[in-house]
Design a protein around this ligand. Structure first.
Ligand SMILES: Cc1cc2nc3c(=O)[nH]c(=O)nc-3n(C[C@H](O)[C@H](O)[C@H](O)COP(=O)(O)OP(=O)(O)OC[C@H]3O[C@@H](n4cnc5c(N)ncnc54)[C@H](O)[C@@H]3O)c2cc1C
Length: 255
């Protein structure tokens, strides 16, 4: 059995470690080309799955319990871990962007934008919200099945507020500058306890994401998918917002 994994995000990387522990052959392909292409930090709350996670990965990995027991740069009681962009201990990047899938009787072939290809017995599509595997399965653009979550978000550190108009082109967030967005967050959190505001106050305006961010939702269960050698995991099959670090935690549990 040889497993192809598209996407080295939380789902794809966890699956790769689980397969390595089981001695199952795999290859993992990632679109990103460098350790700094991801803008935002990640807060993951693995405490409810930590026992299962620790027992499912190979023993040569750093101790998961200790390495997830912090919340930088704040000194809050630890239950979650914050991962900084640009950390040099992130995995290697491949510049392997999946373009197309061919699902045959004796396995699956994947083709990349750089002209290379790979073959395997199954493909696990772990390439996130705008997923190539999903398009292959539903035979129409991925965006056809994505809904918009009515939330306004300023991404630097996540700041959310119910707002059904967020995807409209004339919404103020679509045009607002970085400092304008940060000022809005500081005003909106003015009455929040200072230990929780600190994360916003420490942020320079230049670290706020320029492009507007629209959250998507997806319920693939409602769509009939064909049988074959392509499987979708996590955001590829069920998109989640980042509340309480549940996206990350569910990635570990689902794979
Ligand atoms: C702005 C933002 C902030 C978030 N913050 C948090 C948080 O703090 N805590 C939390 O728990 N959850 C958070 N989430 C949700 C969480 O990121 C997801 O639920 C989780 O990462 C899903 O894991 P995944 O493996 O399915 O996808 P991802 O982690 O998104 O990984 C998909 C990978 O596939 C790669 N890829 C995409 N297309 C291709 C292609 N064509 N070919 C090859 N590779 C490809 C991508 O580069 C990426 O590395 C956040 C989501 C967003 C959008």
């Amino acid at each position: 059995m040889h497993v192809l994994i598209a996407g080295a995000g939380l789902g794809g990387l966890s699956l790769a470690q689980f397969l390595r522990e089981q001695g199952i052959s795999y290859e993992i392909f990632e679109r990103d080309i460098g350790e700094k292409v991801r803008f935002q930090r990640w807060t993951i709350a693995p405490h409810v799955v930590i026992n299962k996670l620790t027992s499912s990965v190979p023993s040569d990995l750093p101790g998961l319990r200790d390495s997830t027991n912090h919340l930088e740069p704040l000194k809050l009681p630890a239950q979650v871990a914050m991962y900084m962009p640009g950390r040099m201990d992130r995995v290697g990047f491949q510049d392997k962007r999946l373009k197309r899938i061919e699902d045959g009787n004796d396995g699956v072939a994947v083709y990349f934008y750089d002209g290379t290809s790979a073959k395997g017995d199954i493909l696990v599509g772990a390439d996130g919200v705008n997923n190539v595997g999903r398009e292959h399965l539903i035979r129409r653009p991925s965006t056809d099945v994505l809904g918009v979550v009515p939330l306004a978000t300023i991404v630097g550190e996540n700041f959310m507020q119910a707002d059904p108009d967020i995807s409209k082109p004339d919404h103020w967030l679509q045009k607002a500058g970085q400092q304008e967005k940060l000022d809005h967050v500081l005003k909106a959190t003015a009455k929040t306890p200072s230990s929780l505001r600190e994360i916003f106050e420490m942020r320079p305006g230049g670290e706020i994401r320029r492009e507007p961010h629209v959250w998507c939702e997806l319920e693939l269960e409602k769509i009939r998918l064909p049988a074959g050698h392509v499987i979708l995991v996590r955001d590829a099959s069920h998109v989640m917002t980042p509340f309480k670090g549940e996206g990350g935690r569910n990635s570990f549990s689902q794979v």
